[in-house]
Design a protein around this ligand. Structure first.
Ligand code: SF4
Length: 402
């Protein structure tokens, strides 16, 4: 396929595909799917070899959020039967993190529900970061605490945080349909604050919320414009008790196409296979390792994942290897410049494209035939049997599954 040859060439040169090319990846047929995976796999191997980075989630504070993100089981008014607890103490959080590190995690992600942290919250998370770093010198710590106020990113950085996560989640055009209590611009601002403080930015998306192919391409192009170092790709877990509980749109094949598209648009970025992989990729999970170079180990924030041992077995069986603590995840051109797409010499702004510019380009009309699946399908299998609310690990007396 000319399309795939072009995309591989561009990916190996870290060159941005066109919107039409990204849309065309999402529109490929099932007959073409293995070719798509193989092509994106070449780009993945060029920048990350066969390494898989393991990340471990610690939910520091669960539920009771005043925000109304429709996909989230911790949202205002959620009827989901999730664990609800307030801030873990630093020693409890450190103990939870240690389980992930023992399981092979290279990064610990400290996550708290809520609109954003108070300064007191930043203090307590800082204590947790320091305690984790004291016990595990080499582990990377990422904080995910919501919208940041001025100076908070600097304080987290000073406490030893390596990274900050804040996802864009969906396109700017559809953001208001998903959340009303904060804006897409608020999210962009927090990612930029993290970057300004010298934190490695992690920002990604959630697929499967009823968005069109154009929405997916919009958010991924906006992410490329923001230039985070890692891009988590979540597949919506439609949890009973949330407004999106009936939104089952994803097939394993569609998930693979989405991951391939993200890899082509963000070739040298850590693409992380995140929430929903067990539910939507199911037996196709190992194939996705050809596209993503990073996964979460074990459970998610409010739902259970497959066991950490199953994750490790899957990686080995598929011919990949767990990335060691002494290996730098990002390719040299990114790791040494602290960001930037690497396409330009010197201290250019990321990708030479501002998020606003990326958004502008995303508003250009797509050319060519409207891709199949442009509107979300409504007939995918409902697999509520694969969704299990987390009852172990952080916030419980039961051992985690890492
Ligand atoms: S702000 Fe975070 S925890 Fe709160 S509803 Fe939104 S995604 Fe969930």
């Amino acid at each position: 396929m000319d399309l795939l040859n072009t995309l591989v060439d561009k990916g190996l040169r870290r060159e941005l595909p066109t919107r039409e090319e990204a849309l065309a990846v999402l529109a490929t047929s099932d007959d073409e799917l293995l070719d798509v995976v193989a092509a994106a796999g070449k780009v993945r191997r060029q920048w990350f070899g066969r390494r898989v980075k393991l990340n471990y989630l610690v939910n520091l504070k669960s539920g009771l959020c005043p925000e109304d993100c429709s996909y989230c089981s911790q949202r205002l008014g959620s009827k989901a039967g999730i664990l609800k607890y307030t801030w873990l103490k630093p020693d409890e959080a450190t103990k939870a993190a240690a389980a992930g590190v023992a399981g092979g995690a290279k990064r610990v992600c400290l996550v708290a529900s809520g609109r954003g942290p108070t300064d007191r919250d930043v203090d307590r998370v800082s204590q947790t970061i320091e305690a984790i770093k004291e016990q595990h010198e080499d582990v990377e710590v990422c904080a995910c605490l919501g919208l940041l106020s001025e100076g908070q990113a600097d304080r987290l950085r000073s406490a030893g945080a390596d990274a900050y996560n804040h996802n864009l989640n969906t396109s700017e055009g559809t953001y208001g349909e998903i959340t009303t209590t904060h804006t897409y611009a608020d999210r962009v601002d927090t990612v930029q604050q993290a970057q300004s403080a010298g934190l490695s930015a992690c920002s990604g998306l959630i697929a499967g919320m009823g968005e069109t192919d154009a929405d997916l391409v919009d958010v991924v192009f906006s992410l490329r414009g923001l230039d985070p170092d890692s891009v988590p790709v979540n597949f919506l877990i439609p949890i009973e008790g949330t407004p999106l509980a009936k939104e089952w749109h994803l097939t394993p094949q569609r998930c693979l196409r989405i991951l391939a598209m993200v890899r082509f648009v963000c070739p040298d970025v850590e693409v992380r296979l995140a929430g929903g992989r067990e539910v939507h990729l199911r037996s196709m999970q190992p194939l996705a390792l050809n596209l993503a170079n990073s996964i979460f180990l074990g459970d998610y924030l409010t739902t259970e994942g497959q066991s950490g041992q199953s994750d490790l077995d899957m990686i080995a069986d598929a011919g990949f290897e767990v990335e060691g603590a002494d290996t730098t995840t990002l390719p040299g051109h990114r790791a040494t410049t602290g960001g930037g797409c690497g396409s330009h010499d010197g201290g250019c702004s990321p990708c030479g494209e501002t998020p606003e510019a990326a958004q502008d380009s995303s508003e250009a009309p797509a050319v060519g035939p409207e891709p199949a699946g442009a509107e979300p399908a409504r007939t995918e299998p409902v697999r509520t049997d694969l969704v299990t609310v987390r009852r172990r690990g952080a916030g419980t007396d039961i051992a985690p599954n890492a």
